[in-house]
Write a protein that binds this ligand. Sequence first.
Ligand SMILES: NC(=O)c1ccc[n+]([C@@H]2O[C@H](COP(=O)([O-])OP(=O)(O)OC[C@H]3O[C@@H](n4cnc5c(N)ncnc54)[C@H](OP(=O)(O)O)[C@@H]3O)[C@@H](O)[C@H]2O)c1
Length: 176
Amino acid sequence: MKVILGMVMSVDGKTTRHNAPDIYHWSSKEDQKHFFSLVEKHDVIVMGRRTYEASRPVIRLTPGKLRLIMTRSPEEFKKEAVPGQLEFTAASPGEIISGLSQKGYSEILLAGGGEINTLFLKENLVNELYLTIEPKVFGLGNPLVAAEALDINLSLESVEKLNIEGTLLLKYSVAS
Ligand SMILES: NC(=O)c1ccc[n+]([C@@H]2O[C@H](COP(=O)([O-])OP(=O)(O)OC[C@H]3O[C@@H](n4cnc5c(N)ncnc54)[C@H](OP(=O)(O)O)[C@@H]3O)[C@@H](O)[C@H]2O)c1
């Protein structure tokens, strides 16, 4: 299973502007286009419950595309769930990956947030990171990963300047 982590952040590594959960007020339209093309390309998108709640207004459920939301209380979301399109799970990253592999999936998009990214990174389950760096400094905001000790080496695969302001799309692979 290939796992691609896709996130946008400020130059100082904040994935939200201060305490506001919505990222679409500050991320560039070029990054939004890039991210929606990633969503298009993937049949499974895994995210944390807080990310789900922040992005719920822009999520359009479609048959054949599964959003898998990690929460310790999946039963609280029973009414919201749409089998095959919007599912809630308390399974660990490893269990999620093996369950999806058994169903025949070969690549998933990991869409944050920091807490869930850390769970996958800690278990060495991320293969690539697509990081968009917006030319902004927020000082305060959510981190790319939770404040836990990690020691992961990356290899830069490509750098693309997405617009005149200097939004950069960095693609890294995780060194084995
Ligand atoms: N800039 C970007 O690209 C980007 C991308 C994604 C998110 N974000 C932002 O990041 C913020 C959310 O990030 P976050 O780190 O606070 O939260 P998160 O990673 O989205 O979700 C955290 C939640 O995941 C669930 N969880 C954690 N560990 C779990 C485990 N072992 N098993 C099952 N479920 C588990 C818990 O849900 P329960 O509390 O329900 O148990 C926890 O509250 C939002 O504001 C969002 O907008 C930004």
